[in-house]
Ligand binder design. Structure first.
Ligand code: NAD
Length: 287
């Protein structure tokens, strides 16, 4: 039986994941603002640092896996974009950097990061915010949301989730993660009926937008079923899954972007691995 850390374990999908892991006999170290083994505020660097230290102490430096579910949805308030940036991006990457050695210590660790289908279904997300996140510059990311007025928190949400998904894909394939036996993947849910979505449905403006959004299979997703996907992604079945972003969204992403993906890799990325191009390069050098 393993030891798993689950952030956002007090509510919604994180809570469902924690309950399923415990039912299967594993030990869960939950991290949340309340009702968790480790009480921490992931919106501050000090809170994130404290959470890492306490998890490492409780797990004795060995983790079978990590599920990063703590997150904030787009909501109201002047400070909301910053809060979203801190929790949804830095609350994932700072914790994973802190857990890396403990994950590597078990050789077969699995990590599931909660992304979102807002990564591909929200238009006009500022690219400089994504770049700023990946460069670790929270202030710069937050500054780029100012121009969006009431839409700032939606942009903060979508760009934090794009950035965290790209962080997963970049790191998943590196020797430091894949090479250490750690399988790093992301799950991108659509609208799932949790307290996060319920809060959106209670707001008259947000509720209209949520209800109007096309979901080809109809209705909202069930948090317990999303947790089943996470459990699968933590299992041995995921030994060959690396850097994937799995969309479980009732078909919304496919509805909006049927032809955008799969898309062929650009030639310059693959050329060094293609025999024809290698021999072409050799001929040119020798000739
Ligand atoms: P939820 O609101 O039910 O649970 C989120 C948890 O994160 C809560 O327990 C909350 O206390 C915790 N959290 C928030 N801020 C925190 C902080 N500063 N420090 C520590 N913990 C904090 O939400 P959910 O719907 O279960 O969402 C889980 C994840 O899935 C989130 O990352 C969310 O962005 C993502 N997601 C949700 C949906 C959806 O429709 N519900 C869709 C796509 C993605």
């Amino acid at each position: 039986m393993g030891v798993y850390v689950v952030t956002g374990s007090a509510s919604g999908m994180g809570r469902e994941v924690a309950a399923k892991l415990i039912a299967a006999g594993h030990t869960v170290i939950g991290v949340d603002l309340k009702d968790a083994e480790v009480i921490a505020d992931l919106s501050t660097a000090a809170g994130r640092d404290g959470a890492v230290k306490e998890v490492l102490a409780r797990s004795e430096g060995e983790l079978s896996g990590a599920v990063l579910a703590a997150g904030l949805g787009p909501g109201r308030g002047k400070d909301r974009p910053r809060l979203i940036a801190e929790v949804n991006y830095f609350g994932v990457v700072d914790l994973l950097e802190g857990f890396r050695d403990a994950l590597a210590a078990t050789d077969t660790a699995k990590v599931v990061v909660f992304s979102s289908n807002s990564t591909t279904t929200v238009p006009a997300v500022p690219r400089r915010a994504i770049r700023a996140f990946l460069a670790g510059d929270c202030d710069k990311a937050v500054r780029s949301f100012r121009f969006y007025g009431k839409g700032a928190s939606v942009m903060a949400y979508a760009s934090s989730k794009i950035a965290v998904s790209r962080w997963v894909r970049h790191h998943a394939v590196s020797p430091r993660w894949a090479g250490a036996g750690i399988r790093l993947n992301a799950l991108a849910p659509g609208a799932i009926l949790t307290p996060l979505l319920e809060a959106q449905l209670e707001s008259p403006t947000e509720s209209k937008a949520v209800k109007r959004f096309p979901v080809p299979v109809g209705g909202f997703g069930d948090p317990g079923k999303l947790a089943d996907w996470v459990i699968f992604m933590l299992s041995d079945a995921a030994d060959f899954l690396c850097g994937s972003v799995i969309f479980v969204d009732g078909g919304t992403d496919a509805y909006f972007r049927p032809d955008d993906w799969p898309r062929a890799v650009p030639l310059h990325r693959i050329a060094p691995y293609l025999y024809r191009f290698q021999s072409f390069g050799r001929r040119r050098k020798s000739g």
